[in-house]
Write a protein of this length. Structure first.
Length: 466
């Protein structure tokens, strides 16, 4: 198949397009560069053109035209994904969702929105109009879109109470367009949601989302310090287990992370302070303070409801999840990270094993989450990168210890996930994208049925560097 780029571009000339080479380049890139390996493999990747639909009809038209001219299509929300999810490996068309961003309906317990809606704007509108907020948001809520979160994200601020994004009940309904000669409009609920959620837009384009809401609060942001990392990890997990205390975030940052990389926190900590970042509901503050007073060595350094610091640190959630890595990268470009699952009931024990094995080479950053009703940790440790071989070895050693790694140094769904293909996503791709034009190169199972994951997958259709 040879794409006819010029014909597709001309046929879509009545829909807004980003024409300048610099805009095309920037809209072809996401946060893949967190990984030194993805940086090496994907830095040259670029779309041929960028088109910005404002409605579902325009999305359908783009898909129809690109199908007719064999042009690959990669959707882009805000391009904040870390796994190279939105990188158009084969070039072609990037559909930018910035103009397709309305909040459509707000009801008790749920909201319906267009996919390009920026999460912070969506949250603001539901709060103002109904006193409700999204159950969970990525720490990139200020820029990321709700469609990108559902197609590429996994959870975040709120997951300590509500679990992962793909857990049953955290997405209610998705409207999806197929990439066929005559694109179809499908509505997915229940079991069908797994076909397209966290599928990187490889098998359909989401044009409407319906997600649940929770009561909104003026969350109190807090930093609590400990001299002992293990005590801090236990404290964060135990706090999440307090049934009567409502929290939205519990992050643990091993020393000396806060002192080295959190600029506005630095004057208030020493290099041996491990920090816990928290969001607590205002009506839970009495319970929270009583709980914290029981912990020897816990010191409340900052609380947003009674601030004493000369310089406001900003939202505590913007220190958590993958913002921790971003802050470290600003000081030490050789830092990279991993995504680790420390499952219940071994979570505390596994973290200690990993610390003993790697010491300062792998500094612990934990996010407390709920998984099947049990408190556990999502780890986003900071790794000092030396060589590719050592990075692979660090991944292997984690796996040998019993940790699951969602490898952020790979660009395919399978390698960034459970090292196995998702049959539901593959089956739906066969049905919805017969020419294999949607975000090509991201689903190994579409290209190869015999892949054994012993080495990184190299997509043969990747556009060559010029
Ligand atoms: P994009 O990066 O633009 O797209 C993500 C994927 O979704 C791509 O494969 C894209 O093709 C696909 N896609 C986008 N829109 C559609 C659509 N309408 N239909 C079909 N496919 C579509 N992730 C978390 O889960 N939790 C976090 O807390 C978190 N924190 C982060 C912190 C930092 C500093 C950074 C850099 C990243 C973080 N991420 C996190 C990753 C990312 O920010 C989120 O997943 C975010 O929700 C992605 O939204 P986006 O609009 O930027 O999506």
């Amino acid at each position: 198949m040879t794409p006819n780029i010029a014909a597709a571009k001309t046929a879509l000339s009545h829909i807004e397009q980003d024409e300048s080479p610099s805009a095309i380049r920037s809209k072809s890139r996401d946060f893949f560069w967190y990984s030194p390996l993805l940086k090496k493999w994907l830095d040259h990747v670029e779309a041929d053109f960028v088109v910005c639909p404002a409605s579902e009809d325009e999305v359908i038209e783009i898909l129809k035209v690109c199908y007719a001219h064999d042009v690959p299509v990669t959707v882009r929300g805000s391009g904040t994904g870390n796994y190279g999810q939105a990188m158009p490996l084969a070039g072609g068309c990037v559909i930018h969702m910035k103009n397709f961003a309305k909040v459509k309906e707000i009801h008790p317990g749920r909201v319906i929105a267009e996919p390009g809606c920026v999460i912070r704007d969506l949250d603001r509108e539901t709060k103002e109009k109904s006193g409700q907020e999204l159950r969970m948001t990525p720490s990139t809520a200020a820029t990321a879109t709700i469609g990108g979160f559902i197609a590429g994200g996994s959870g975040g601020v709120g997951s300590v109470t509500w679990g992962a994004l793909r857990d049953l009940g955290n997405i209610i309904r998705l409207r999806v367009i197929t990439m066929e000669e005559e694109p179809r409009i499908l509505e997915f609920r229940g079991e069908e949601l797994a076909r397209v959620s966290h599928a990187y837009g490889t098998n359909g384009i989401i044009t409407e989302v319906e997600v649940p809401l929770a009561p909104a609060y003026d969350w109190v942001d807090l930093f609590v310090s400990f001299k002992d990392f293990s005590a801090a990890a236990r404290y964060a997990a135990d706090l999440a287990n307090q049934d009567g205390i409502l929290i939205k975030l519990a992050s643990v940052y091993e020393a000396p992370m806060a002192h080295s990389y959190f600029q506005r926190v630095k004057p208030h900590v020493t290099p041996d302070d491990t920090l816990v970042g928290l969001m607590v509901a205002p009506h839970s503050m009495d319970g929270f303070e009583t709980f914290t007073a029981r912990w020897e060595g816990a010191e409340i350094l900052y609380r947003s409801d009674a601030p004493t610091w000369e310089r406001d640190p900003g939202p505590v959630f913007e220190f958590g999840w993958n913002h921790t890595t971003l802050r470290a990268l600003k000081f030490r470009p050789e830092i990279t990270y991993l995504q680790v699952r420390y499952g219940f009931p071994q979570h505390l024990e596994l973290v200690e094993k990993v610390r003993e094995t790697f010491g300062q080479e792998v500094l612990q950053h934990l996010e407390v989450m709920r998984e099947n009703g049990k408190v556990m940790f999502a780890g986003l440790p900071l790794v000092t990168f030396t060589t590719e071989e050592r990075l692979e070895e660090i991944v292997r050693l984690h796996e040998e210890m019993g940790c699951m790694i969602f490898n952020p140094h790979r660009y395919t769904l399978e390698e960034g996930g459970r090292q196995a293909h998702d049959q539901r996503q593959l089956d739906f791709k066969r049905e919805a994208d017969p020419k294999g034009l949607l975000n090509p190169g991201k689903m190994i199972a579409w290209d190869r049925s015999d892949w054994d994951y012993s080495k990184p997958y190299e997509y043969p259709g990747m556009k060559a560097a010029e």
